[in-house]
Write a protein that binds this ligand. Structure first.
Ligand code: AGP
Length: 613
C-alpha cells in the first residue's frame, strides 16, 4: 500500500506535504515524490528509496506553492524506479495513487492504440491519460475525472492536479482509505491516506467514502458521487488519537493493525488475478511459457519460519488439487542435504521480505543445480525476487510487526492461486471445480472480517491462560501447519513455550505432557479429519488437559462443551480453512503477549528480516 498527502490553502504546501509523508512512510518506502502547482505550471520532484532522499534532493531548491500533492510508494506494478515513482504526469494532469487498477493492461492497450505513449510501467499512469481524454472531449476538470474513474476497475485513493486549473485539486476514493481535514484558514484543506498525516493541522476530519470524489478550490470543498455525480453532504468527526497512536491507525501495535488489515490484504492479493472467462485464475504476470509450465514434474518449496508453514499448507494443496509431487524444505537445511534438483524442478521460494539469507542461499543452490525459480514475495525487487525466473507478489503492503500475520494469509492466498493455475494447466480439476474454488476464495475476506469482529473473545481467552508456561497446538491434515504457526506466533511474542503437533502424533509421546496445567489448542474444522480429531480432543480431556477448541458450527462432541473454551468459526471451503483458522490464533498470541507486557512489535532477540545465516 502507498501513502498520499495533499494540501490546498494559503500556506506553502511543500513542508505540509513532506511532514505528512514522513508520518505515512510506514505505508511504503520504495520511492517518494511531490508535485507543486505554482503559477500555471506544475513542478514534479521524485526519488527512489526513502523519503529522506527526496528531501535531500529538493532541500536546496526552497520549493514553495499550493496546492501540493505527495506520495510515498509501496511498489505493486512497476519496479521501484524514479520513472515509476509518483506523481505521474500526462499533458498537465498530475496524479498520485494508492491502490490497484485491475484493468490497467486493457486500458493501456486501448490508449496506446489511440497514440498515447507511456513513461512508466505503473498501472497508475493510465489514470492521468484517461482524464486527459475526457478533458479533450470537452469535460471540465471535475467531470473529466469522474468520467475517467467510471472506466477503472480496482481500487484507488487519488489526489489530482491539473496545470490549467492551478487553484484546484481533486481527491477520490474507491477501496483504499482517504481522509480529509479542514484547516483553520478559510479555503484550507488537507488530504491523506491515513489520519497521522493530518493530526498536526487538524483533528476535525472527514472520511471520504468509496465511490466519492472531493473537489477543492480557495472558496469551497464539494463532494460528489462518482457513479452519478450527485452532491453529497459530509460532517467532520473529531479525532481523539495522539500522534503516536495514529502512526498505527489507532491500533496499539502494528501487529494488531496488520492482523486487522488481512481482509484488505487478501483482497488486494486477489485483485487482477481472477479471470471469469479462463479457468478462473490469470497468472500471466509470472511470465512462464506454456512449455515451461508443462515441464515441471516436481516442486521444491523453500522457506523459513512462518513462510515455511505457508509452504507446508501449499504442499497439501499442490498434491491433492494439482497432483504434482512436492517437498517442503526449511531453507537452512535444503542447501546442505545434496538435494535432488534438476531442470524439471520448480524451486518455489516463499519470503515476505525477499531478503532472508537462508532462503536466498537455498534458492541460489537450487538455481545452480538447474531448477527453475519462482518466488512468492511481498517486497518488489527484493533479492529473492530478483534472483528468480518468475515472481508472484503478495500485495499485503508493508508488514512492520516482526511477527508475520497479513504476510502469511496473503502468502497462502497467492499459493492457492498458484495451485489453481497449476491444476488448470495440468487439467487435474474440472472448470466447474476451479470456479467453485475461486468462488470460495472470493468469500474469504468477508469470513476474515467476521472472525476479526469477535477479537474480544480471544482477548478473554488470553486472560485465562497468559500465565501458563507451556502450550500444545494440535491439528490434522492441511491445518497441521496452522498448529505450527499458532505455536510460533505465541512463543515469538509472548515468550511462552509452545509446540505444534499433528494430532495423530500425540499417542506416540507428547500425550505424556498433558495434565491440568497444559492448555491444548485443538483445531477441529468440519473436514475429513473431524471424527479423528474429536477422538484426539477427548484423549486430552480424559487427562484433564485444558482444551481451547476452534471448530465449525454444530460440533457433536458427545459431551458437555460448556466448560471448554470453544471458538466457533463459519464454514468456508475446506481448502481455505488454514487462512481462516490462523486468525484467532494470531489474536490469542497477540493478547497473551500484551498481558505479559512483552514488546509485541519488536520481540526480544528477533528481527523482521533475518539477513544473516
Ligand atoms: C514469523 O512471524 C517470523 N517473523 C519469521 O519466522 C519469518 O517468517 C521468517 O524469518 C521468514 O521471513 P521471510 O518470510 O521474510 O523470509
Amino acid at each position: 500500500m502507498c501513502g498520499i498527502v495533499a494540501y490546498l490553502g494559503p500556506r506553502n504546501g511543500v513542508p505540509v506535504v513532506l511532514d505528512g509523508l514522513r508520518k505515512l512512510e510506514y505505508r511504503g518506502y520504495d520511492s517518494a515524490g511531490l508535485a507543486i502547482s505554482d503559477n500555471h505550471k506544475i513542478e514534479i520532484h521524485r526519488s527512489v528509496g526513502k523519503l529522506l532522499r527526496l528531501e535531500v534532493k529538493i532541500h536546496e531548491k526552497n520549493l514553495s506553492g499550493s496546492p501540493v500533492i505527495g506520495h510515498t510508494r509501496w511498489a505493486t506494478h512497476g519496479r521501484p524506479t524514479e520513472a515509476n515513482a509518483h506523481p505521474h504526469n500526462y499533458e498537465g494532469v498530475v496524479v498520485v495513487h494508492n491502490g490497484i487498477v485491475e484493468n490497467y493492461l486493457a486500458l493501456r492497450q486501448q490508449l496506446t492504440a489511440q497514440g498515447h505513449t507511456f513513461s512508466s510501467e505503473t498501472d497508475t499512469e493510465v489514470i492521468s491519460h484517461l482524464i486527459v481524454c475526457e478533458l479533450k472531449a470537452g469535460s471540465g476538470f471535475v467531470e473529466a475525472v469522474r468520467q475517467a474513474l467510471l472506466k477503472i476497475r480496482g481500487t484507488y485513493a487519488l489526489a489530482i492536479l491539473y496545470e490549467k486549473e492551478p487553484e484546484k485539486m481533486i481527491a477520490a476514493r474507491q477501496g483504499s482509505p482517504l481522509v480529509m481535514a479542514l484547516g483553520d484558514a478559510p479555503g484550507e484543506y488537507f488530504v491523506a491516506s491515513d489520519v497521522p498525516a493530518l493530526l498536526a493541522w487538524s483533528r476535525d476530519v472527514i472520511f471520504l467514502e468509496d465511490g466519492e470524489l472531493a473537489f477543492f478550490d480557495r472558496r469551497e470543498m464539494r463532494i460528489v458521487g462518482v457513479e452519478r455525480g450527485e452532491q453529497r453532504q459530509k460532517v467532520a468527526r473529531r479525532i481523539a488519537w495522539d500522534p503516536i497512536m495514529a502512526e498505527k491507525g489507532g491500533y496499539k501495535h502494528f501487529m494488531l493493525k496488520e492482523i486487522f488489515e488481512q481482509p484488505e490484504a487478501v483482497s488486494n492479493t486477489l485483485l487482477g488475478r481472477l479471470n471469469e472467462e479462463r479457468s478462473g485464475v490469470d497468472l500471466t504476470e509470472i511470465g512462464f511459457s506454456e512449455k515451461r509450465w508443462r515441464e515441471f514434474k516436481e516442486i521444491k518449496i523453500i522457506a523459513c519460519g512462518t513462510s515455511w508453514h505457508a509452504g507446508l499448507v501449499a504442499k497439501y494443496w499442490f498434491e491433492s488439487l494439482a497432483r504434482i509431487p512436492v517437498e517442503v524444505d526449511i531453507a537452512s537445511e535444503f542447501r546442505y542435504r545434496e538435494p535432488l534438483v534438476g531442470p524439471q524442478t520448480l524451486a518455489l521460494g516463499i519470503s515476505q521480505s525477499g531478503e532472508t539469507a537462508d532462503t536466498l542461499a537455498a534458492m541460489q543452490e537450487a538455481k545452480r543445480r538447474g531448477a527453475c525459480l519462482l518466488a512468492v514475495c511481498n517486497v518488489m525487487e527484493s533479492s529473492i525476487a530478483r534472483l528468480s525466473d518468475g515472481v508472484f507478489y503478495t500485495h499485503a503492503g508493508p508488514e512492520i510487526g516482526v511477527a508475520s500475520t497479513k504476510a502469511f494469509t496473503t502468502q497462502l492466498t497467492a499459493l492457492f492461486l498458484l495451485v489453481l493455475e497449476m491444476a488448470a494447466r495440468r487439467q487435474t480439476l474440472t472448470t466447474d471445480a476451479l470456479r467453485e474454488q475461486v468462488a470460495a476464495l472470493l468469500q474469504l475476506p468477508a469470513a476474515l472480517e467476521k472472525v476479526l469482529s469477535r477479537a474480544a473473545e480471544l482477548e478473554k481467552m488470553a486472560r485465562r491462560y497468559h500465565q501458563v508456561n507451556d502450550y500444545l497446538y494440535l491439528a490434522r491434515g492441511l491445518n497441521f501447519p496452522i498448529a505450527l504457526e499458532g505455536a510460533l506466533k505465541l512463543k515469538e511474542i509472548s515468550y511462552i513455550h509452545a509446540e505444534g503437533y499433528p494430532a495423530g502424533e500425540m499417542k506416540h509421546g507428547p500425550i505424556a505432557l498433558i495434565d491440568e496445567n497444559m492448555p491444548v489448542v485443538v483445531l477441529a474444522p468440519p473436514d475429513r479429519h473431524l471424527e479423528k480429531i474429536i477422538s484426539n480432543l477427548q484423549e486430552v480431556a480424559a487427562r484433564d488437559g485444558r482444551l481451547l477448541l476452534f471448530s465449525g458450527p454444530d460440533l457433536k462432541l458427545g459431551q458437555d462443551l460448556s466448560g471448554i473454551d470453544h471458538f466457533v468459526l463459519e464454514v468456508v471451503g475446506e481448502e481455505l480453512n488454514p487462512m481462516l483458522y490462523v486468525v484467532p490464533l494470531q489474536l490469542l498470541a497477540y493478547y497473551t503477549a500484551v498481558l505479559k507486557g512483552t514488546d509485541v512489535d519488536q520481540p526480544r532477540n528477533l528481527a523482521k528480516s533475518v539477513t544473516v545465516e
